[in-house]
Design a protein around this ligand. Sequence first.
Ligand code: 0RA
Length: 640
Amino acid sequence: MATTTVQPKAPSYDASTIQVLEGLEAVRRRPGMYIGSTDQRGLHHLVREIVDNSVDEALGGHCDAIVCRIGRDNVVTVTDNGRGIPVDKHPKMNTSALEVIMTVLHAGGKFGGGGYKVSGGLHGVGASVVNALSEWCRVEVRRSGKLFRQEYRRGVPTGPVKNVGKVEDGSHGTTTSFLADEQIFTAGHDYNFDALAQWFRETAYLTKGLRLTLIDERADREMTFFFEGGIVSFVRHLNRNRTAVHERPFYVQRDTPACLVEVALQYNDSYGESTHTFANNINTIDGGTHLSGFKSALTRTINEYARRNGFLKGDEILSGEDVREGLTAIVSVKLAEPQFEGQTKGKLGNAEVAGAVQAVVNEGLGAYLQENPQVAKRIIEKCINAARAREAARKARELVQRKGGLDSFSLPGKLADCTERDPARAELYIVEGDSAGGTAKQGRDRRFQAILPLRGKILNVEKARLDKMLQNNEIRTLITALGTSVGDQFDPSKLRYHRVIIMTDADVDGSHIRTLLLTFFFRHLEQLILDGHVFIAQPPLYRVRAGKEEIWAYDEEQLKAARAKLGEKADVQRYKGLGEMNADELWDTTMDPVQRTLMQINIDDGVAADETFDMLMGAAVPPRKKFIQTHAREVQNLDV
Ligand code: 0RA
């Protein structure tokens, strides 16, 4: 690519300049430390970081529109109508505030005097990191009738902040453009519209009244998100394909000394739970103190109301699971210094938040139930129904257990177990069908690989309650083999295999069974996914052979490469099912830890995963059609 190199003007290196250069160099040397990775996620992280700064301006009430444009030249431009980044001299650094924000690590929070910075990205690293990782970057500020500009190359200013013109229309705000540096992002500028749009949508829900636009000039796509109702709209959206138990979602917002608390919830007639929590607009996928405060307030408030109004008698009590069946809720807190914990930083740790959320929900929901007795009655009847079903499930489970169905002392006969007893070294292959199961049993390394063949389709758990699920043989067999049990008996420490590998055919049925299994894991054993125990095996799609040479191809691209290598006369065999391979072939291509690839299942975004499974597996039919149509191209290689 042709670029003109603009050298920074002969700089005078004082102590602060050297510090800045060292800081930027550190970011470029170890980008992963600042943005997680340098693949597509890292690239999206840059966008998020810049947009988040504008979102902060919106959260402060100074901005109500943000536009993000991905250009055909892969330049990302983010414009807001906020106050504009201050350009006046920063007292300590002797340069403009803008330059400090763009070149000094973690400088963002030091400005703004009063009003805390509330969003601040996943790592809250600030614009200087984006700047350091960009081939070039440009910031334009419209402020007090003037237009200011500064440009940078790989983080280093090419000159001072300059007043480059007037702003006649009275507008104000900040525009940041950057070209991610291909020296760092070696896979190129692979921005994904849908992934960014999902995040924009979420951010718009969480920032009531903010208009967020995403434009992708490369694909000629554009989407604007604006939700006057904020998280109430969010809850309605999540429930849009379900039948609500009450028309209007409950909503409460309160500013407490610990944090700003916002909660919206609405019950629906399903058996699942969709509670999503956020801290400073960040999806806290592992929950944390805001979630535990919310849960205990919900259980307490509903029990109290139910008892006081004669719905519960004697020692009857609704459990946490009872009051969360069919619940869709958003819990959003904003606080000055969030502590994110856990391996993936997905858990809020600030202890003081639990009490704050609990108090706000106790008070708000208590009043809501008092004021809406019709709604309260419907919700409580729903909870009592859930309690009865749970009791029925417990009895069903006991019955199964007594017959030796769920505990690991009586492993299912179909399971070909491994000899390894240390779960950390043991693997379970869940295989579709008896015949593929037979091949896998022959091909495996029995020392550490167990095989569980499942026959036919497992139950669609999205539509069924736990008690019904436990009547299904395939599900029971699977739970027994895993060892963890389910529901309130779930114990992840009892997992018998740390790698649980789903191995299905590369055809329509196979992909359906895989979706059913993933739905089951997502809805009932989510912790196993979060802990990284669930994988999908990747069997090859083709074998290309010429003479003694043989190449396995796992996608169309590899097929092309193999044909190119072995010549046009090569014999190409298409594998549709696992059963078409013999035991040795299955081992070589799909099961041998040295040669195989496994796809690890992770949940980046709880809301997106929830919506996807709801759409694929839920009760409403039209949305499922739409999903399959709009994603048909992505799954085509499964359907041949
Ligand atoms: C600190 C102070 C002020 C504005 C901003 C930060 C600001 C930062 C960004 C980043 C993207 N867009 C932004 N918009 C504003 C203004 C202080 C004042 O005017 O008194």
